[in-house]
Design a protein around this ligand. Structure first.
Ligand code: DAH
Length: 358
């Protein structure tokens, strides 16, 4: 009897002292587990004579019930206490001011590139890149630009000093050499865009010696002019966010495409203010065409099997048109007031689902 009373007192005291559900479980195991005090006492009943066994059995059963009830009550109490502790530690003060708005701004050129990548990315294009310093072959020859072509003139092109063999490297004058690099490096089907820096010896309100272009190239067995048109109309409407934007394809000439087309978008200049959209006027925004068979040949692609289209446009130009930036030179002035005005919030990533810009 004394033994039972000791077990009872110790167990109930341990339950009262348990400060977590884990500690409580240890107490339960010590009392009611396979080798627990009460379990062991129950097993000992068999050795008693029948009278004593009956009395001790009844006492032990009461003890067992009492301990079980006490464990249950303690578990409930600890559960509430743990919940209360968690609520206290995870408390949020909703009256605190919101985190300060980030101070930096995304430059309109980066923003515009991100927007172009988002639109063409959605159409299944991947981004390719190439070096800023090019050789004559990639920048001119492979693109079917003959030696006497005006684009090669000393005036337009930045040449590096002549090498021992008489050849001169150039700062690439357009992103088109990446067409050549891509076609030499991978087999069709090809679907890339190439945003990047380009260089020409030119400087005024609409020209800068360093500027940005984005090139596009699609090569496959049955790619045709309809794909070119559909793709570029879709791009113009998405980029300028005008669903019914008029888009016009005007015959043109580039050495690396045949036929070639320049792409104009509709605008109005009423009241001296330029507005993109229907309005009777036109703005040229990019060059394009079906890749010239000679260019394919220069890259080891059989023009009898494959064909495709290409396009190129100036990033600054489309950024100026979309965001109403009047002078190209301001892009490179690093004027923080300008950036605060024309820049974009760093956490607003352009996407077709989330929106291109705010
Ligand atoms: N490379 C041309 C330029 O810098 C732009 C261009 C026109 C690229 C037509 C193309 C194209 O890929 O098909 O003026």
């Amino acid at each position: 009897m004394n033994d039972f009373e000791t077990i009872r007192r110790d167990t109930l005291a341990a339950i009262a002292a348990a400060s977590s559900r884990e500690a409580l479980e240890q107490v339960r195991i010590a009392a009611l587990g396979r080798k627990g005090a009460i379990t062991t006492a129950m097993k000992g009943l068999g050795a008693l004579d029948p009278e004593a066994r009956k009395a001790a059995g009844a006492t032990l059963n009461r003890l067992k019930d009492e301990v079980a009830a006490s464990l249950e009550a303690a578990a409930a109490r600890l559960g509430e206490a743990q919940l209360a502790a968690r609520l206290a530690s995870e408390r949020v003060d909703v009256t605190l001011p919101v985190a300060p708005e980030p101070q930096g701004r995304i430059h309109p050129i980066s923003q515009t590139i991100d927007e172009v990548v988002a639109i063409f990315g959605e159409m299944g294009f991947t981004v390719a890149e190439g070096p800023h310093i090019e050789d004559d072959f990639h920048n001119f020859t492979a693109l079917n630009i003959p030696p006497e072509h005006p684009a090669r003139q000393e005036l337009d092109t930045f040449y590096l000093p002549e090498k021992a063999d008489g050849s001169r490297l150039v700062l690439r004058t357009h992103t088109s050499p990446v067409q050549i690099r891509t076609m030499l490096a991978q087999k069709p089907p090809i679907r890339i865009i190439v945003p990047g820096r380009t260089f020409r010896s030119d400087h005024d309100a609409t020209h800068s010696p360093m500027f940005h272009q984005v090139e596009g190239l699609v090569i496959d067995r049955s790619t045709h002019m309809g794909h070119l048109k559909g793709c570029l109309v879709e791009f113009c409407r998405a980029f300028f966010d005008v669903a019914d934007l008029p888009v016009r394809f005007r015959p043109s000439y580039f050495p690396f495409t045949e036929p070639s087309a320049e792409v104009d978008i509709g605008c109005s200049r009423a009241g001296g203010e330029l507005r993109i959209g229907a309005g009777g006027d036109w703005l040229e925004i990019l060059g394009s065409g079906m890749v010239h068979p000679k260019v394919l040949q220069n890259c080891g692609i059989d023009p009898g099997v494959y064909q495709g289209f290409a396009f190129g446009m100036g990033i600054e130009r489309i950024a100026m048109l979309k965001y109403g930036i009047p002078d190209l030179r301001t892009f490179y002035d690093s004027d923080l007031r300008w950036l605060r005005h024309y820049g974009f919030l760093p956490l607003d990533m352009p996407s077709m689902v989330g929106g291109l810009s705010r």
